[in-house]
Design a protein around this ligand. Structure first.
Ligand SMILES: [Zn+2]
Ligand SMILES: [Zn+2]
Length: 486
């Protein structure tokens, strides 16, 4: 038994070693600091300097040393050119610091170039030993710019369910405190509530903020089944849009006079590896909310936009979406609760997960979820059920396409469209072609049912999607389009 526990732990160590070397393979260290520590240095501190060049926005350190099993203990910390930036004693071998986030124990912030120093405090070393330490330092780690975890939380391909739009104390999220007073609402409650609702991922999208990323990085190891996606609602006077998958600063100061254009901001997000999603495009914009509706004064290249929030809380905004697709843009429809109060009960639109966006992804990682959104492998579960599913595939004699895919269909050729709906008994399926209902909805008499419908191409560009309606005829599930001849 002991033997099997040992072999399990050595297997886990091997896995850990593999994961660290995976990170190392992704990016070679920019600086390696190495040296020996002897018993003469017991209970002393020393600094190992290293140079940080201009243009570095994130520093990541991996630290290791020999003779740990003989109770050698080296504590580490880091100083920037201006002083202390944190220390983690002997409890962390890996840490990262960026503009908005840092591993717990470390102080986030911009990275000044100049001489930085790794602090090594020799807590314990036996008289006969010499311990060799090695610090691998990486600059601008792309994986840690985009994600709070180095590994996917899950590696199976399936539908992952999440909420892409929510606010916390780091912008205008609020809730009631112990004394009954409304206060800025702690981010932890948002993650806790999302986990309790069975979501697989959330993007917390505080307005123009970087400040929420530090807590997200701290929480990610605890929420080992809930992927925390870096998000930010770029909030301008002419429209709101989410940036997903980047933790770097973006200048969001859009103005007609003396400011940037929305197109420039979108380009910056993309240059950092992030994606852009337009939020609540059909909301009114007036004195109550300047810029809530989409109305940029300058032209925006919609080809740079990956998705549009088609369902915000309980408001369905598909006409704007269809207008963009009609212009030739394959833009994915997503949902977002726009939650501003984490404890809201889950049957209220804008509660966390209401609506839920389901993304078909090959793994539960930021890259996996964003790839699924880019590809349009997405449906929206309007009321945030835990288990409803909508799957679509389109077949001709020589091709198959799923939601979000394109298919070429010659004039006069029929396409068979197979729609699979789960959890929607007594509802109906509406076929939508080019944004308009195509025929009468087909009734769903079973809880898990596939129906087939046929459509004949005229050789031109069209987009076909499906909406599952509930008994009252209200949208329950919204699918993305199969793009014909795009
Ligand atoms: Zn907004
Ligand atoms: Zn919002």
């Amino acid at each position: 038994m002991i033997q099997s526990i040992r072999s399990l732990s050595s297997f886990l160590l091997l896995l850990l070693a593999c994961s660290l070397s995976l990170h190392a393979q992704v990016q070679k260290p920019d600086v390696v600091l190495e040296g020996d520590v002897t018993a003469a240095q017991n209970r002393t501190h020393f600094f190992v300097p290293f140079a940080v060049p201009q243009g570095v926005h994130r520093i990541t350190v991996d630290f290791s040393y020999t003779h740990r099993q003989e109770k050698t203990t080296l504590n580490i910390g880091i100083h920037d050119p201006n002083g202390f930036r944190g220390q983690s004693g002997s409890n962390k071998d890996h840490f990262t610091l960026g503009p908005g986030d840092a591993t717990a124990s470390y102080i986030p912030g911009f990275i000044p170039p100049g001489q930085w120093k790794l602090l090594i405090s020799v807590s314990s070393i036996r008289p006969e030993l010499t311990s060799h330490y090695r610090a691998e330092i990486r600059f601008n780690s792309p994986l840690e710019d985009a994600s709070f975890t180095l590994q996917p939380l899950e590696t199976s391909a399936r539908w992952y369910r999440g909420d892409l739009h929510m606010h916390t104390a780091h912008s205008d999220g609020s809730c009631v405190n112990q004394s009954g007073t409304r206060v800025p609402c702690p981010l932890f409650l948002t993650a806790q509530m999302a986990a309790s609702r069975g979501l697989d991922f959330i993007a917390i999208s505080d307005h123009n903020s970087l400040a929420h990323y530090a807590e997200m990085r701290e929480l990610q190891p605890y929420f080992s089944k809930l992927l925390l996606v870096p998000g930010r609602e770029m909030t301008t006077f002419y429209g709101h849009f989410n940036a997903f998958g980047t933790t770097q600063y973006v200048n969001y100061l859009v103005a007609e006079k003396g400011g940037r254009t929305i197109d420039q901001v979108i380009s910056d997000v993309r240059a950092q590896g992030g994606i852009v999603s337009i939020n609540h495009p059909m909301s009114p914009t007036d004195e109550r909310c300047r810029g809530c509706g989409w109305g940029p004064p300058d032209s925006v290249d919609l080809a740079k936009v990956s998705s549009i929030e088609v369902v915000n809380a309980n408001r369905v905004m598909s006409p704007f979406w269809d207008e963009q697709i009609a212009k030739g843009h394959r833009i994915t429809g997503v949902g977002g609760s726009d939650n501003h109060e984490a404890p809201k009960t889950d049957n209220i639109p804008s509660a966390i997960g209401h609506p839920t966006t389901a993304v078909w992804a090959t793994e539960l990682s930021v890259a996996g979820i964003l790839d699924g959104i880019r590809a349009g492998h997405v449906f929206i579960d309007v009321s945030g059920s835990r288990g409803r599913v909508l799957e679509v595939d389109a077949h001709t004699a020589d091709a198959t396409a799923h939601m979000g895919d394109a298919i070429s269909v010659a004039n006069g050729t029929a396409v068979t469209l197979r729609v699979h709906a789960v959890g929607c008994k007594d509802g109906s399926v509406q076929t939508i072609v080019d944004g308009k209902p195509f025929d009468a909805p087909a009734t769903l008499s079973e809880d898990d049912q596939a129906i087939e419908t046929h459509w004949t191409s005229d050789g031109h560009r069209h987009w076909i999607r499906f909406v599952v309606l509930d008994k009252e005829g209200k949208p329950e599930l919204l699918g993305n389009s199969v793009y014909v001849n795009f």
